[in-house]
Design a protein around this ligand. Structure first.
Ligand code: B1M
Length: 216
């Protein structure tokens, strides 16, 4: 039953049926499946398959948009459940988070934000297509100790590097640890641009933010 529902969930994204995605997510939660397992085993494979079909020209932009609608409707159900599973009481740190300028991919960044909040971090999520100076202003305003930069496009990964340079120019590089992520981002890219860490997924982002905050 469990693997069947994951296949159905994945197919509902591939078939562009957000109502089915919502209903199946609810069914999986009602069956007692952990929200993170639903994301990892059911939803991510579906989104990746949609991305692959887009890459090879089988799917077009409207297909991406409708798949994102399905994923968002599932997240409406899953986010409160993830928050309920909050694991710590004392805040390990403050994170300013956003998707870099020129990039409007939201879902993965928001999932990272939800998981950080669920693990006690104070999170300022600036949204998508965030101008560099907005990151800098928010770090100054909140005294954040971690900056999380998401980028989903090879063309916007380079903005992560620009932001790190701007932090140095603004004289605040030493106050904040920078973690980077997003589908095209790699550990070696993070090293190349002078980031303090790279996380592959939302759970990894929590572990990394804890480490960068000296909490784990
Ligand atoms: Co876009 N898109 N998209 N898209 N899209 C990708 C990223 C792409 C890989 C699809 C493909 O061709 N295979 C491709 C990028 C190719 C490249 O540059 N290498 C692509 C493209 C080309 C584009 C457009 C340029 C298409 C066009 O207009 N011709 C355009 C760009 C718009 C822009 O940003 N300027 C575009 C637009 C869109 C939509 C708006 C339609 C929609 C996004 C809707 C939204 O977010 N509200 C969309 C979607 C849905 C996708 C795919 C299919 C799915 C992304 C997603 O939500 N995944 C994607 C294909 C793919 O990723 N396989 C694709 C689910 C999400 C939970 O995962 O975001 O990877 P993800 O986040 C993960 C990890 O990456 C990580 O943790 C998350 C959870 O595990 N992570 C972090 C993310 N941020 C992190 C930060 C961290 C740490 C970890 O620390 C700070």
């Amino acid at each position: 039953m469990t693997s069947e529902i994951f296949t159905q969930l994945s197919n509902s994204l591939i078939d562009g049926d957000p109502e089915a995605t919502y209903a199946l997510t609810k069914q999986a939660l009602d069956a007692g499946i952990e929200p993170m397992t639903i994301i990892r085993e059911g939803l991510m494979p579906g989104m990746n398959a949609v991305g692959d079909k887009f890459s090879c020209g089988e799917y077009f932009l409207p297909d991406l948009i409708i798949a994102a609608d399905g994923m968002r409707s599932a997240m409406e159900l899953l986010e409160p459940e993830l928050r309920l599973r909050r694991q710590t009481v004392e805040s390990p740190g403050t994170v300013v988070l956003g998707t870099v300028a020129g990039d409007i991919h939201e879902i993965g960044k928001s999932l990272v934000g939800t998981m950080l909040s669920a693990n006690g971090f104070k999170v300022y999520d600036l949204g998508v297509n965030v101008p560099t100076n907005s990151f800098i202003e928010k770090i100054r305003e909140t005294d954040a100790n971690v900056l999380g930069l998401s980028a989903l496009l090879t063309t916007t990964m380079t903005v992560q590097r620009e932001i790190i340079r701007e932090l140095t120019e603004a004289g605040i590089r030493s106050q904040v640890k920078v973690m980077v992520g997003g589908a095209p981002v790699t550990r070696s890219w993070a090293e190349e641009i002078g980031a303090d860490g790279y996380a592959e997924d939302a759970l990894g982002a929590v572990q990394l933010a804890r480490k960068l905050s000296g909490a784990g």
